[in-house]
Design a protein around this ligand. Structure first.
Ligand code: MG
Length: 159
């Protein structure tokens, strides 16, 4: 059996007048995440974890923010494409574990939706996608409501 593990991290600045999208799910909030795309730090972190495990670089190399084609892009498109690129190299997702750090809003009620959405994008059952969310205990830029961050770990198996 050939297994590979990968890690991903992302952080985006919170800004007024943007939709907040996390894990592919739109979440009601006063602020959204500043980005060339929809700013979905969760899906960006998962993309990087998959690319890392597959030895395929990072999200910026595959989807450059200088490309006008990606302006306002739904990050679901990135994740689908990353999954396809990994699959083309023979890799299938075993499981994904995500940590989201957001001082606000409370994400607990949205976790099942994110899990469902991400399992569909990844082509795995929901039990293979885990999402954890926490505040930053009021500390630093995340605690000051200036940004939201996400971390992801992915295990890939050669099919
Ligand atoms: Mg990003």
């Amino acid at each position: 059996m050939d297994y590979r593990v990968g890690i991903g991290q992302d952080v985006h600045r919170l800004t007024a007048d943007r939709k907040l999208v996390l894990g592919g799910v739109e979440i009601p909030h006063t602020h959204g995440l500043e980005s060339h795309s929809d700013g979905d730090v969760v899906l960006h972190a998962v993309c990087d974890a998959i690319l890392g495990a597959a030895g395929m670089g990072d999200i910026g190399e595959h989807f450059p923010d200088t490309d006008p084609g990606y302006k306002g892009a739904a990050s679901s498109v990135f994740l689908k494409e990353v999954r396809q690129k990994a699959a083309a190299a023979g890799w299938a997702v075993e499981n994904v574990d995500v940590v989201i750090l957001a001082q606000a809003p409370k994400l607990k009620e949205f976790k099942p939706k994110m899990k469902y959405h991400m399992s569909r994008l990844l082509g795995v059952e929901e039990a293979r996608v885990n999402i954890k969310a926490g505040t930053n205990e009021g500390l630093g830029y995340i605690g000051a409501h200036e940004a939201i961050a996400a971390y992801a770990v992915v295990l890939l198996k050669k099919g």
